[in-house]
Design a protein around this ligand. Sequence first.
Ligand SMILES: [Fe+2]
Ligand SMILES: [Fe+2]
Length: 357
Amino acid sequence: MSKINRRDVLRNGAAVLAASSLPISMVELAFGADSDQNFTFAYISDSHITQIKGNEFVRNWDRGLIRAVAETNLLDPKPDFVFYGGDIAQLGKPEEIDHGLEILSALRGDVHYVMGEHDYYVDLGEYWRKQLGPDHYSFDHKGVHFVVLNSILTHEKWMHQKWQSGMDRMKQMARLDNPDGQPFMVGEAQREWLRNDLKKISKETPIVVLSHSPLQKIFKSWNFWTDDAEEVQALLKPFDKVTVLYGHVHQIQTNQIGNISFHAAMATAWPWPYPSTYTQKASYLPKLTVEMNRADPFFERDATGWQFIDVHTGRADVSYLLPDNKNRTVAYSEKAGHPVDTGSRKTDDRSPPQKHF
Ligand SMILES: [Fe+2]
Ligand SMILES: [Fe+2]
């Protein structure tokens, strides 16, 4: 097993939040280090389970997810729930989704899911929904309002054009730098749903939004992008504490836009390169307001991992559990007004490359 350094995460990652019996508007009063209602949750994402044929699957991707599940089950304090950030499957096949869900079924406790584009474009999410239910929903947990959005929709015209097959459409959407691809969006119907959902929430209530693609525009050619991001951000603007957590980009990204803090999740499958190496096409790359935290691409499982999230301030402190690199935590700083990389949770040097995968 890797030196995941669970103790460090646990020591520093403990606890939080408000009394579930309180009216939501009183949540702020209930926050505090001593609250017995404090909670954490774990976040696993982007496993890209890939079928080779029959019951043969790409082993490396399987192992990344199996390891994340095993180590999540060992967390102490126990996370209140696990969030899965999308792209269970590589090509959205029922066999891939089922295999991924079988591995995830070993998790103890509730798991909430968001849909990724790799789960969606072969059959427009039919099988995923059959197995997991609605693709957008909200729930309250100990004073925090959680909202799950399907952010990987696109224009109807593109979705329903005459594809040779659903798999053809899936493969088009999976390609990078594809001139025939389309940007993702949340879409008007879901934005209307969100507008209504938020009507009952007081502005002091911490809100955590979970999407697959970033609800900000980072890099269009790779769909690190949601076309109606600004419209979604506008709906979240009235609230004091908003955090958006997303998968899809397979790397640590942190940003702050107005009142909204953004955190990406690591993948359990593979890392994508970092912005300076995306391509030579720099035109779409905005200046990020918070500097990147780069991992080491020369380590076999570097830049893959999973997350342990502490919500005790009403913001998300994200501890990245990195099998072949130092664990890191990015936490909101009131002083800076944005999330800050607080560095490694480990005191020893980085583990040598692991050979288990
Ligand atoms: Fe992904
Ligand atoms: Fe994705």
